[in-house]
Design a protein around this ligand. Sequence first.
Ligand code: G3H
Ligand code: 13P
Ligand code: ZN
Length: 335
Amino acid sequence: MKKVSYKALGLVNTKKMFAKAVKGGYAIPAFNFNTMEQMQAIVQAAVETKSPVIMQVSKGARKYANPTILRYMAQGAVEYAKELGCKKPEIVLHLDHGDSFETCKSCIDSGFSSVMIDGSALPFKDNIKLTKKVVAYAHKYGVTVEAELGVLAGVEDEVAAEESHYTKPEEVIEFATKTGCDSLAISIGTSHGAYKFKPEQCTRDPKTGKLVPPPLAFDVLKAIEKKLPGFPIVLHGSSSVPQDEVDTINKYGGKLPDAVGIPEEQLRKAAKSAVCKINIDSDSRLAMTAAIRKHLAENPGHFDPRQYLTPARDNMKKMYIHKIVKVLGSNGKLG
Ligand code: G3H
Ligand code: 13P
Ligand code: ZN
């Protein structure tokens, strides 16, 4: 693929938007995308709410959609935002969970304006070494770098949300100073996917029978903020797993028992602190799947993808707007 700068694509890096978000007590939405409908819904929501937005792609998304197509989709997103009436869109194309220097370099060379190098599974010193190498390359091109310290829990890997996996506040100064990273993803009890907690980690609402998850470790977040005042902090695994979407999926043939996410009031609280980027992927998947299942169940004769992808796109857009306005508070923050 020909080398291209993100600036030529009309994208921006995260530097200014994070500084503004930390100061303003809100968070920038970071929505994952794999498909055109997700991209359209993200752009429509960001334009309508006048919000900056991070469109992020995982390694899996690059494999699914093709890196070249994703790059042009991001460029298309900028042009589409302008067409929808936004004079100066603030759109970041971000690599989510970059696993190697080579993946980060390939993204930087193909027009990404921000990359994450996820060395969180490595020993502390190796994480520093790898992150530093990515930062040195990225900063040459004005690309911002997110790093990670601490391990996110997840039922997928049988890791329980134990305190031992939380980011250690005593490590963050050395890590940020030695690596030169622009933002830091931390572990305070969030996790990826639609099953963030095992039932035994939760209590049950006696009225609804639904699981009530344990609270995030705000004491750890506070301690990190104290060590790195004003430094941009990132929360992964921050889908709320809306129960109405889960119920719709289950009503129309799906099977997602005991799916549970992070309550929105906790994310609202985090967004008011140094947390300035909140990652949401699963909620988009749920919104899309719920709308498609409902549509197909109610319209068994439909087989044109546009018939069921239109309500899916609309449902995702509704969810993105809700997050921006009611949870993260990034609406009206362009410019
Ligand atoms: O953090 C993971 C994101 O939700 C991306 O998921 O690797 O299935 O694309 P994925
Ligand atoms: P969710 O699975 O909670 O949406 O988290 C997404 C994420 O952290 C992407 O990096
Ligand atoms: Zn993540």
